[in-house]
Design a protein around this ligand. Structure first.
Ligand code: BES
Ligand code: MN
Ligand code: ZN
Length: 493
């Protein structure tokens, strides 16, 4: 199992009973809080003494493991940093660290004691539960574990916590881990067909349905841009569509669209072979959409949602599209394909214009590993945010603030749209050379959403991490799942 799917909660723990591992979170310079006293009494005041002697300072990310020799065998201290800089994400990170420590010590269980801080109990609880589950994630499906490795099996939150918040944290944590699993599976496992099967599984939930269109069907429907990218692969491409009807009948839905490119070799404009393996993550936008729909299927919010994932490989061969080819998108706009490696925007052009035409959504959000340029601009730490509506941009920023998934807005001034004008078609699929590459991707997509309020997240940098983060191990991150679910929940609140 690549992650723990449950978090138990125990309101009044008995610290005199045997326990393998308990983590305590402490602010910088904090003395032993009263909430921790019964526990420390059971240890004869060990933690109070460690704090008094300043062996642990509580800096953010600091950890210290204490072996007690008693029934409560191991105590981990985890630093929260300065109290006035505390956010829910600090709690999430601390919980992730605690679980990481338990795993490093090859333990089967991780207990975490909740704490008192200036944040609503529900918010704190949800963040801690999310952090524990997210921190338990490991992608080991194709690797034999080490001889003496023990699997982490149980996560327990000790102290007062509301059931609903624990449940919410479990749903969000596991939905993100589900998206990570899809991301981490390479292209010979996570094929368009596999994504479609997962969509169909999720859609078995109440008020949900799923339709999958194959190559012949979406080509006939007019999706010439998706068909053009898919021309070079024998792996069957899919256009995946899901509907969730939790709102009033006939009420316009929120639309989410994700790039489901299961492997991007670049097409005829082939990519360099170094790090080409990373292009298995090019379906991360699609994985985010499935993660969001998984969460929605379990929370059942009172809203209508439509989800679309155009999914194919981008390969090269005798049938592949070539630079200079002109394709017609679902909207009727023609596109000159100058660079076959700018394929994400092509498949999204069809998906966006299809969703606009068929559903007249109130809002469209799209997620795509669209440009290498966003990595140059923001690294792995923030997603590029663009859109055509200030209120929606603000709404996305607010949801991102709550979930700790950083976003940074880039401008979409109309001059940028000049850069994607073509001499022979309505638009071309790249901008001015290497300049403003992320914005060029954004203004291209804008051509296919019409007047619908729309926001685009370029997640090429945030979709996967190269190094372990407090609650995100290296590999697929499941970015955007919590952010968008938060946005949906805020809308129905
Ligand atoms: N999938 C890539 C973007 C990407 C690059 C994601 C690096 C993650 C890491 C996308 O399809 C692509 O190839 N974009 C090109 C666009 C260019 C040809 C205009 C790029 O960024 O180089
Ligand atoms: Mn590409
Ligand atoms: Zn791509």
């Amino acid at each position: 199992m690549s992650y723990v799917r449950e978090v138990q909660q125990v309101s009044e723990p008995d610290f005199t009973k045997p326990m393998d591992f308990l983590a305590l979170c402490l602010f910088k310079g904090q003395e032993l809080p009263t909430l921790y006293r019964p526990m420390d009494d059971a240890l004869g005041g060990l933690v109070a003494k460690v704090l008094k002697d300043k062996d642990f300072k509580g800096k953010k990310g600091d950890t210290l493991m204490l072996f007690t020799g008693g029934p409560l065998a191991r105590i981990a201290l985890v630093g929260l940093g300065e109290e006035d800089k505390f956010t829910a994400d600090v709690a999430r990170q601390a919980a992730g660290k605690a679980v990481g420590l338990a795993r490093k010590h090859n333990l089967a269980g991780c207990g975490l004691l909740t704490f008192e801080v200036d944040l609503a109990e529900e918010e704190l609880t949800q963040a801690l539960v999310e952090g524990m589950i997210l921190g338990s994630y490991q992608f080991m499906e194709h690797k034999k574990p080490e001889e003496d490795a023990r699997e982490l099996e149980s996560l327990i939150l000790y102290g007062p916590a509301s059931k609903a918040a624990v449940e919410r944290g479990i749903i969000l944590g596991t939905s993100v881990c589900f998206a990570r699993d899809l991301q981490n599976h390479p292209s010979n496992f996570a094929t368009p067909t596999h994504l479609a099967k997962e969509a169909e599984r999720i859609a078995k939930a109440p008020q949900m349905n799923c339709t999958v269109y194959d190559r012949a069907e979406f080509t006939k429907m007019g999706m010439g841009a998706l068909a053009g990218v898919a021309a070079g692969t024998d792996q069957p491409p899919k256009f995946i569509l899901m509907e969730y009807k939790g709102g009033k009948a006939g009420e316009a839905p929120l639309a989410i669209v994700g790039k489901g490119l299961t492997f991007d070799a670049g097409g005829i404009c082939i990519k360099p072979s170094e790090k080409m393996d990373e292009m298995k993550f090019d379906m991360s936008g699609g994985a985010a959409v499935l993660g969001i729909m998984e969460a929605v299927s379990r929370i059942q919010p009172k809203i209508n949602v439509v989800a679309a994932i155009p999914s194919t490989e981008n390969l090269l061969g005798g049938r592949a599209q070539k630079p200079g080819d002109i394709v017609k998108a679902y909207s009727g706009k023609t596109i000159e394909v100058i660079n076959t490696d700018a394929e994400g925007r092509l498949i999204l052009a069809d998906a966006l214009s299809y969703v606009v035409d068929k559903y007249k959504p109130t809002t469209i959000l799209d997620f795509a590993t669209l440009t290498g340029a966003v990595l140059i601009a923001l690294g792995h730490r923030a997603s590029g945010l663009m859109g055509n509506n200030d209120d929606l941009i603000e709404e996305v920023k607010q949801a991102a603030d709550k979930t700790g998934e950083r976003v940074w807005q880039l401008p979409m001034w109309e001059e940028y749209s000049e850069d994607i004008k073509s001499k022979v078609a309505d638009v071309k699929n790249i901008g001015e050379g290497r300049l403003a590459g992320t914005i060029a991707g954004g203004v291209f997509l804008k051509e296919f959403v019409g007047e619908t309020p729309w926001a685009h997240l370029d997640i090429a940098g945030t979709a996967w991490q190269d190094k372990d983060q407090p609650y995100t191990p290296g590999g697929g991150s499941g970015v955007a799942v919590r952010l968008v679910t938060q946005l949906i929940l805020d809308r129905v609140a």
